[in-house]
Design a protein around this ligand. Structure first.
Ligand SMILES: *[C@@H]1O[C@H](CO)[C@@H](O)[C@H](O)[C@H]1NC(C)=O
Ligand SMILES: *[C@@H]1O[C@H](CO)[C@@H](O)[C@H](O)[C@H]1NC(C)=O
Ligand SMILES: *[C@@H]1O[C@H](CO)[C@@H](O)[C@H](O)[C@H]1NC(C)=O
Ligand SMILES: *[C@@H]1O[C@H](CO)[C@@H](O)[C@H](O)[C@H]1NC(C)=O
Length: 147
């Protein structure tokens, strides 16, 4: 009886933890891989309107970039996945490589943080999710004790 109750309490923790790996019950990775390129295409269309020599100046196309980021977020959530997640992240990195690979060579114009900064930015929400799940477990334990 006691063991079963514990398993039930750990379940949300396990589910949320696996959300960090984008493998929740309802996350359709196939659907995500199908939808994300639409965001990339729309972004590429927008970028064609921007002179190539301005491609390393983020403020020239901030609106398009934000729209692109938002698009990946919306599409990822539609297919039941968390955002950000490793698959979406590698897609966004691919887009970066496609458009901004030449910008890293003469830095200064490009203000987006490099990967070493981006990865912790993505890891922190995932860790927070785990901590929140831990809090849920802890609170349910406390409630039990109070009853
Ligand atoms: C996942 O997405 C693909 C492509 O959109 C779709 O064919 C498939 O039925 C979806 N799977 C589930 C379980 O919803
Ligand atoms: C980037 O674009 C903005 C907006 O057009 C402009 O004000 C700024 O001077 C540009 N910066 C560089 C380094 O070209
Ligand atoms: C992202 O786009 C959706 C739909 O176009 C909009 O409702 C939402 O406010 C946008 N979110 C952000 C953060 O821009
Ligand atoms: C980067 O530079 C190379 C060599 O000049 C060029 O062939 C390529 O098209 C450029 N890529 C981008 C994304 O501007």
């Amino acid at each position: 009886m006691e063991t079963r109750a514990w398993r039930l309490r750990l379940l949300p923790l396990l589910l949320l933890f696996c959300g960090g790996c984008a493998r929740v019950c309802c996350c359709n990775e196939t659907g995500m891989l199908e939808r994300l390129p639409r965001c990339g295409k729309a972004f590429a269309t927008m970028m064609r309107k921007v002179d190539v020599w301005k491609w390393c100046n983020l403020s020239e196309f901030m609106v398009y970039y934000e729209r692109f980021t938002n698009c990946t977020e919306v599409e990822t959530i539609i297919v039941g996945c968390y955002w950000p997640n490793p698959l979406a992240q590698s897609f966004i990195t691919g887009i970066h490589r496609q458009f901004f690979s030449n910008c890293t060579r003469n830095r200064g114009h490009w203000e987006d943080p490099p990967d070493e900064v981006l990865i912790p930015l993505i890891a922190v929400p995932v860790l927070l999710t785990v901590v929140m799940a831990g809090l849920v477990v802890w609170r349910s334990r406390r409630t039990d004790r109070l009853l």
